[in-house]
Design a protein around this ligand. Structure first.
Ligand code: G1P
Length: 287
């Protein structure tokens, strides 16, 4: 079955980035001049996903506005002869179909995914977390999709992390069935380093079979008193096969301040209009 939809949870308050996120959704904070959420939507679109489902909350309407038409703005730009800018804005709107559902209470990532149940329907879907930017020629979610297309089972993105960082992630126990492909045997959300089953961390890209909804619906609160997607996966593993893909690409955790700075520098270095000046600047400041 072909996968058409991606769920992107965007209801989080973004408290780690206050005061920037007091009046602006964290997903709209730009990496240079592109709101971070647009990179994630672009990754989905480049991977052949046709519909984006935002799970939103109060104060997040501007995210939908970003992917909607802006006739007044376009008209002013057109009158000023800024046709290239108008076209650039139109391309963002034409990228994909966007729908949204509200998560009324911050009950956790598993709950956010469950909120999208009616919009997803009884079909496999992607989940993409907007705090994770992953840069690669073959988009990360496309790499997961290739495994899904072969196996028709759920797939999570994996990255080996240092032992001291495992407590920040969902972590798997699994066996490598071929290069970069794991069969997941168990998952645990944010374990202490001494209790982690491995150093293979789940990064914010998932392909999930719809059976996960029935699991999430019955799931008790886990770590932090929240309904955890990782706990849902732990149950899914008992019912069906789940695979892990050690993806190729550079991953930036932009929910973290240093990760945000790294992403800004890395994306600037990829931009022909900025690269040389950024290199010169960095060289001159570290001497
Ligand atoms: C979430 C998930 C966690 C996962 C991580 C990936 O945690 O709960 O399992 O490893 O995303 O970035 P968060 O970063 O939202 O605390």
């Amino acid at each position: 079955m072909k996968l058409k939809k991606a769920v992107i949870p965007v209801a989080g308050l973004g408290t780690r980035f206050l005061p920037a996120t007091k009046a602006v959704p964290k997903e709209l904070l730009p990496i240079i001049d592109i709101p971070s959420i647009q990179y994630v939507v672009q990754e989905a679109v480049d991977s052949g996903i046709q519909e984006i489902i935002f799970v939103t909350g109060r104060g997040k309407d501007a995210i939908e506005d970003h992917f909607d038409e802006a006739p007044e703005l376009e008209q002013i730009l057109a009158e000023r002869g800024q046709t290239e800018t108008v076209e650039m804005l139109r391309r963002i709107v034409a990228m994909t179909e966007v729908v949204s559902v509200r998560q009324k209470k911050p009950l956790g990532l598993g709950h956010a995914v469950l909120c999208a149940r009616d919009l997803v329907g009884n079909e496999p879907f992607a989940v993409m977390l907007a705090d994770d930017l992953i840069d690669n020629d073959v988009p990360c979610i496309r790499q997961l999709l290739e495994i899904f297309e072969e196996k028709q089972e759920s797939v999570v993105a994996l990255m080996e992390v240092p032992q001291e960082d495992v407590h920040r992630y969902g972590v798997i126990k699994g066996s490598e069935v071929k290069k970069r492909l794991y069969q997941v045997e168990a998952t645990v959300e944010k374990p202490q380093a001494s209790q982690a089953p491995s150093r293979m961390a789940i990064i914010g890209r998932y392909i999930l079979r719809p059976e996960v909804f029935a699991i999430l619906e019955k799931l008790p609160a886990g770590k932090g008193g929240e309904i955890q997607l990782t706990d849902g996966l732990a149950q899914l593993v008992r019912e069906r096969k789940v695979f892990g893909c050690e993806f190729e690409g550079d991953r930036y955790d932009i929910g973290d301040k240093f990760g945000f700075v790294r992403a800004t520098v890395a994306y600037a270095l990829k931009r022909p209009d900025l690269k040389d000046r950024v290199i010169d600047y960095l060289k001159s400041t570290i001497q």
